[in-house]
Design a protein around this ligand. Structure first.
Ligand code: ATP
Length: 261
């Protein structure tokens, strides 16, 4: 069953068609990846899904609800959470504090509640803390809970960012290049971690350049080129697709990786 249904979205910047009549689906509980050469339009798709940009045409539905026109904070409330290519953690805050921030969209209290530190405010904070502690324990970082994020190795910081996305009642987690900047052992850990997200019931949409990781964990892969779909299929189909190999020729040897997988 499809959780996310994207139909015919397009987005231009001046004369540049960043995304052009692109359609795709993500089934509940799946890991779906979008790959493609640099400038193919992948990040723009994420920005359209998270309300940073509004598509010129097309529709984006989550569980049947239209998302086009919603603001980024409304999308979080609707269950779409994301991570970024470059970490966006508060490095001076602890792991617990960073993860609690992801829960803010679920807590509703007024300025009055905040100023007077009312019971409602205290209950909201306690709820956020309980939930954050639960997620941190689940991802195996309880031993770092009170450590400032700046003191953690990069791979752990990336997990904290994903935990912040997981902590609200999220339906779809968008991961933007989770393996970027990781060393091989951290990448292997990240690969296991994303598979565990699936086991825990999360639905994941992934943009990633590391083809080994993509081929290993994806249920389905969409390949973008020049803003449009070049191919869609299972990892084995994508790996042997001549058009996909062609699109990657000269792009840093990814062709070789696709072949050898
Ligand atoms: P990469 O893998 O390098 O991150 P990508 O597949 O994510 O690339 P996008 O960043 O979505 O590609 O860019 C698609 C095209 O749209 C590129 O030509 C890019 O220069 C252009 N583009 C993206 N955002 C903007 C913007 N805000 N203004 C103008 N052009 C943009």
């Amino acid at each position: 069953m499809s959780l996310l249904t994207v139909e015919h979205i397009s987005k231009s910047f001046g004369g540049i068609k960043a995304v052009s009549d692109f359609s795709f689906q993500v089934g509940k509980g799946q890991i779906v990846s979008i790959i493609g050469p640099n400038g193919a339009g992948k990040t723009t798709v994420f920005n359209l899904l998270t309300g940073i940009y509004r598509p010129d045409t097309g529709s984006i539905r989550l569980d049947g609800e239209e998302l086009v026109g919603l603001k980024p904070y409304q999308l979080i409330e609707n269950g779409v959470a994301r991570t970024f290519q470059n970490l966006r953690l508060f490095s001076e805050l602890t792991v617990l504090e960073n993860v609690m921030i992801g829960y803010q969209s679920r807590i509703h209290y007024s300025l009055w509640d905040s100023l007077l530190v009312t019971k409602k405010k205290r209950q909201g904070e306690a709820q956020a803390e309980d939930r954050a502690r639960e997620i941190i324990e689940r991802i195996g970082l309880s031993h770092q809970i009170d450590n400032d994020c700046k003191n953690l190795p990069y791979g752990m910081q990336k997990k904290v960012e994903i935990a912040r996305a997981m902590v609200s009642e999220v339906k779809l987690v968008l991961l933007d290049e989770p393996a970027a900047g990781l060393n091989p052992s951290e990448t292997a850990e990240m690969s296991d971690f994303i598979q565990r997200l699936k086991e825990w019931g999360y639905t994941v949409l992934l943009i990633e350049h590391d083809m080994n990781l993509v081929m290993k964990i994806s249920d389905y892969i969409y390949v973008m080129n020049y803003g449009a779909e070049l191919a869609g299929g299972l990892p084995a189909e994508i790996r042997s697709n001549p058009q996909v190999i062609e699109a990657y020729i000269g792009k840093g040897g990814v062709q070789r990786v696709l072949k050898s997988g």
